[in-house]
Design a protein around this ligand. Structure first.
Ligand code: HEM
Ligand code: HEM
Length: 184
């Protein structure tokens, strides 16, 4: 159980495992899309799919446990901002593998986990390397959502990390230390 003085093992493990997967996924996703680095697409999709069960476990754990109580005393507006950003991170990140699968699946490119095919690609009958979409509309929906939610997450995460550093350096409270597994 999470307490105001210490966070439970599942909270700590899930937070840092998800962070270790999601931060590189955002960086690789943006890089490969901008640089058209096709060689990275399979790695990105595989890691994104590996993240999915962890993200589901994390959301289930958080919804079941409720949110940890803040370490210090904060104004109502600060608490509301923290809660809103935590909800956005919890659910926004969960939307990423789902919209990614929608996009890659509907576009005909397919996806899988490290060589294990989960959704088959649909090669073009005559043009080499081209694919035939299953649904243009769903593919565009998935692509747009994946891109917008992805960029929104980058902004919220920058604020989230800045907030953690502010707690530590400016407020001098134990918020970051507690997330690093210490008793506060
Ligand atoms: C937590 C999981 C994931 C995160 C955080 C993530 C993040 C991102 C980001 C930030 C981009 C760049 C957005 C853009 O400019 O289009 C991107 C691109 C992409 N992602 Fe993901 N992604 C995840 C999972 C997945 C999964 C599971 C798939 C497919 C099964 C996928 C497929 C793609 C594809 C195909 C692109 C390239 C889009 C393009 O070329 O415009 N992603 N991802
Ligand atoms: C270097 C990166 C990160 C740092 C330093 C960091 C730091 C923290 C800290 C100190 C807390 C505790 C806040 C509190 O007690 O009120 C926290 C909670 C949280 N963080 Fe992060 N975080 C990072 C990355 C991430 C990432 C990548 C995600 C999501 C993808 C995330 C999602 C959350 C959520 C949802 C909470 C609420 C508590 C929970 O559900 O475990 N964080 N983070």
């Amino acid at each position: 159980m999470d307490t105001p003085h210490a966070l439970s093992k599942p909270t700590l493990w899930l937070h840092w495992l998800v962070a270790a997967l999601v931060l590189p996924l955002l960086a690789v996703g943006i890089y490969m899309a901008l640089a058209e680095a096709w060689g990275l697409y399979d790695l990105h999709k595989s890691l994104g799919l590996v993240a999915l069960p962890l993200l589901l476990a994390r959301a289930a754990w958080r919804l079941g446990q409720g949110w940890p109580k803040p370490v210090g005393r904060y104004t109502a507006i600060e608490q509301r901002l923290a809660k809103a950003s935590h909800w956005t991170l919890l659910l926004g990140v969960l939307a990423m593998p789902l919209t990614g699968m929608l996009y890659s699946g509907a576009s005909g490119n397919g996806f899988g986990v490290f060589g294990l095919e989960l959704m088959r690609s649909r090669p073009h009958p005559t043009e080499p390397h081209a694919v035939v979409p299953y649904s243009e509309a769903l593919s565009t929906l998935g692509e747009t959502a994946h891109e917008w939610i992805g960029y929104a997450l980058v902004v919220v995460l920058a604020l989230h990390v800045a907030g953690a550093v502010k707690h530590h350096l400016v407020d001098g409270d134990g918020t970051l230390r507690r997330m690093l597994g210490r008793r506060v």
